[in-house]
Design a protein around this ligand. Structure first.
Ligand SMILES: *Cc1c(COP(=O)(O)O)cnc(C)c1O
Length: 389
């Protein structure tokens, strides 16, 4: 049976970014022009400012609801990259009197690894935990790496390449019992699985609007308030956001994040059920194909991310043959060359196989017809390429 051909190219790269939800875009557009809610939320002396501030506070409530957080614990930022920078440098410099050791993993996003490198150049000592074969970091690994001078553990909740989910709640408990701060990069989990900062017990948590149908260039950092976690500011200016992050608040962006959060909360179960059925249909479609492996634990990964290595094909050729499908590869272009993904390499995958690996990521607008077509196309393409070798 042949799947009906959907419109191509098919977007299967939701882990890279998502389109802005139409209702979210509408709410944002209402905060830009003269007839809209355009004013500076920090303008305390007139109606226009109050109206903008009210919109910001509404969005704060919407995001706080999604995270089960105190609304006052949220700091607006330009995205998860900035949130991770603010958390890591902010915590490190605020707590360096207690110690200078940080624990993270070797498969974090660059938005965590690069600030860690910066801190290493500034006198901090960083331990990089290697993932298990399934792409996860275990509680035992973190426990074994803790030292007297450890001040921060920084780990992602969901890995952006494999979808593997870390046991954040138990790691948070361990950190709390050792008086160590836990920062979590939740850019791939917020809006996709339930993220309850109180239940998880994290100290700081980074998120990004464009990973769940909000705008690019917008994010937030959750910072625990009771007891209060200290942050050393990284952007200095007008003292906005209690000095933690200066700069005029971008009303339209904040409203976009809030609206995306409200929609995600409303649709969470539905979205999860949808990506689960997409993943199942996709894997079912690929089941005829031998010599493939899914990277990341089958039972403990986000349904929306499926990373697969294809044996016996050459990466570049595979990608060219699959140009109908918009996906990410197991390769990263650096300035000089094409390197295998450091995440897949850390899982013990050879450079050749990493290059022949693809990340398929699904979302709210992906259809069953699209994943069925994609799977069929992949089976046919890989089979043909293997026969030619
Ligand atoms: C996308 C992503 C980031 C960066 O977020 P931006 O908002 O694009 O800066 C950080 N960490 C993870 C895990 C991500 O997936």
């Amino acid at each position: 049976m042949s799947a009906e051909k959907p419109k191509t190219p098919i977007y299967l790269d939701y882990a890279a970014t998502t389109p802005v939800d139409a209702d979210v875009a509408k709410a944002m557009a209402a905060c830009l022009t003269r007839d809209g809610n355009f004013a500076n939320p920090a303008s305390r002396s007139h109606f226009f400012g109050w109206q903008a501030e009210a919109a910001v506070e509404k969005a704060r409530g919407q995001l706080a609801n999604l995270l089960n957080a105190d609304p006052r614990s949220l700091v607006w930022t330009s995205g998860a990259t900035e949130s991770n920078n603010l958390a890591l440098k902010g915590l490190a410099f605020a707590y360096q009197h207690k110690g200078k050791h940080i624990i993270t993993s070797s498969i974090e996003h660059k938005a965590v690894l690069d600030p860690c490198g910066y801190l290493q150049n500034n006198g901090f000592d960083v331990t990089y935990l290697a993932p298990q074969k399934d792409g996860c970091i275990t509680l035992e690994q973190v426990k074994a790496a803790l030292r007297e001078d450890t001040i921060i553990v920084a780990l992602m909740q969901v890995n952006n390449e494999t979808g593997a989910i870390n046991p954040i709640a138990s790691i948070a408990q361990l950190c709390r019992s050792h008086d160590v701060l836990l920062h979590v990069d939740a850019a791939q989990s917020v809006g996709k699985i339930p993220v309850d900062v109180a239940a998880l017990g994290v100290h700081t948590l980074a998120l990004s609007a464009h990973k769940f149908y909000g705008p690019k260039g917008m994010g937030a950092l959750y910072v625990q308030r009771t007891p209060e976690v200290q942050l050393s500011a990284q952007i200095h200016g007008g003292g906005h956001q209690r000095g933690m992050r200066s700069g005029t608040l971008a009303t339209h962006q904040i409203v976009g994040l809030g609206a995306a959060a409200a929609k995600a909360q409303q649709q969470l179960k539905q979205d999860q059920a949808h990506t689960k059925s997409l993943r199942q249909a996709f894997m079912q479609g690929l089941s005829a194909l031998e010599g493939i492996r899914r990277n990341g634990d089958e039972d403990n990964s986000l349904d929306a991310i499926v990373n697969i290595s294809f044996e016996g094909v050459e990466g570049e050729t595979l990608l060219t043959a699959l140009r109908d499908l918009a996906v990410s590869t197991g390769s990263a272009c650096t300035s000089a060359s094409v390197e295998p993904s450091y995440v897949l390499s850390a899982l013990g995958i050879t450079p050749a196989l990493a290059h022949a690996s693809l990340r398929f990521s699904f979302g709210r607008y992906t259809t069953l017809a699209e994943v069925a077509y994609a799977a069929e196309k992949i089976v046919a393409t890989v089979t043909t390429l293997r026969a030619q070798r």
